[in-house]
Design a protein. Structure first.
Length: 401
């Protein structure tokens, strides 16, 4: 693409040629030809100016290769010149999807004076990871005006980089949910990975083929799996509400659902540190949860991807679902229909912790969850109402909240 400087030279060369043709002055012909030669040489050089440039990107990670929301990380870019001559005056534009929308590092421009023959050059920048999710870096944009600024060439350089950002995890010091004594009769009727068959159910993805009940398959024509009495340690069921509630439209990362994901990650982390198996219960129409028990990383990977676009309400999810002995239910949006199912679980002997987010307190606003929290707590269920605050926040679960 010609620049203004090239346009000026083209016009000048044409004018000199015109006057030379009118006056037959030789030096005007020479000057016109010289300018035309400079233009042609610049055009030929600039065509190959960005050829042979390759790149790679390394996203600085935390301990164990984990990246969490709120981490400050280093992103390193390296450009390689595989040509037999030097690449010069290259402008690199990097767009970083990890940075906050209003951050200076959302788009980074770097001027590279030269990349030696068969050489490479690297540069890096730090960024604070804005929010959880799966991110794909867009191609690098590289441009040059070599050699004389007469022509500008642009090119997109694919440098595939996929980053998974885990939700923020706050280390809980205490959670009364795991301090309670389970009813012995309740523990004996739990399903798990023992040797004694307690019943049958529809086959689920991840079930072992060895547990298929072939007589039932022959009778019904559908895959049926056995359920066993649990002979291992009691675990935690993290129940997530993924229904597409009428959340207000907002670009802020401070929403009731995002905070419920952080809470789930923090509660799951506490259970993992205490040695309790973790199981996820969520609407499969939004994102199918992996079969438990889960490792800490498997839990975080699911929570990094999940979005509130499910088709089933939380009350339907809890209806007839077999859970672990300890159950933490995260409710980002008040739904009175869930109260009946929570009462049923409570009377069945499950140890419940119900965490409600207060949408009214968030920047985008919403209905109050106070009345629902009071009703659930009034039935003897351990209930926490978490409000948003502009500072550090109070979503770390405090007793009596």
């Amino acid at each position: 693409m010609p620049t203004r400087r090239a346009t000026t030279l083209i016009i000048t060369a044409l004018l000199l040629y015109f006057f030379a043709n009118q006056t037959q002055v030789g030096w005007l012909y020479v000057m016109s030809a010289l300018l035309a030669g400079v233009l042609l040489a610049s055009w030929a050089i600039h065509l190959a100016a960005l050829r042979g440039i390759q790149g790679d990107r390394h996203v600085g990670d935390g301990a164990g290769g984990e990246i969490y929301e709120g981490d400050e990380i280093i992103v390193q870019l390296r450009l390689h010149n595989i040509r037999r001559y030097t690449a010069a005056q290259v402008v690199v534009t990097e767009q970083c999807p990890l940075a906050p929308p209003d951050s200076l590092y959302r788009s980074v421009d770097v001027f590279v004076p030269a990349i030696a023959t068969r050489g490479s050059i690297s540069f890096d920048y730090s960024v604070i990871v804005d929010r959880r999710g799966v991110y794909e870096f867009p191609p690098l944009k590289i441009a040059t005006r070599v050699p004389f600024g007469l022509f500008k060439q642009r090119r997109k350089l694919p440098v595939p980089t996929r980053v998974l950002v885990y939700p923020e995890v706050r280390e809980l010091e205490h959670l009364s949910l795991f301090d309670r004594q389970l009813d012995q009769r309740f523990m004996q009727t739990r399903t798990g990975l023992g040797s004694e068959v307690i019943g049958i159910r529809a086959y689920r993805t991840g079930d072992s083929p060895r547990h298929i009940h072939w007589r039932s398959v022959a009778r019904t024509g559908r895959l049926i799996s056995k359920e066993f009495v649990e002979e291992t340690q009691q675990g935690l069921a993290l129940v997530l509400d993924l229904f597409h509630h009428p959340y207000p439209s907002t670009t802020s990362k401070h929403t009731p659902f995002e905070w419920s994901v952080k809470l789930a990650a923090s509660i799951g982390d506490y259970a993992w540190r205490k040695g309790y198996p973790i199981h996820l219960v969520a609407d499969e129409t939004a994102l199918v949860p992996p079969p438990g028990p889960l490792s800490r990383i498997a839990m975080l990977e699911y929570l990094a991807r999940v979005q509130p676009d499910g088709e089933h309400r939380l009350s339907r999810l809890l209806e007839g679902t077999r859970l672990q002995s300890f159950v933490a239910v995260l409710i980002p949006w008040p739904d009175p229909a869930v109260q009946a199912q929570l009462n049923t679980l409570y009377h069945q002997g499950y140890e419940l912790l119900v965490v409600l987010l207060e949408p009214e307190s968030f920047p985008a606003g919403g209905p109050s969850a106070r009345a629902l929290a009071d009703q659930i707590a009034g039935n003897g269920i351990d209930t926490r109402l978490v409000r948003w605050s502009a500072g550090d926040g109070d979503w770390v679960l405090k007793e009596g909240k």
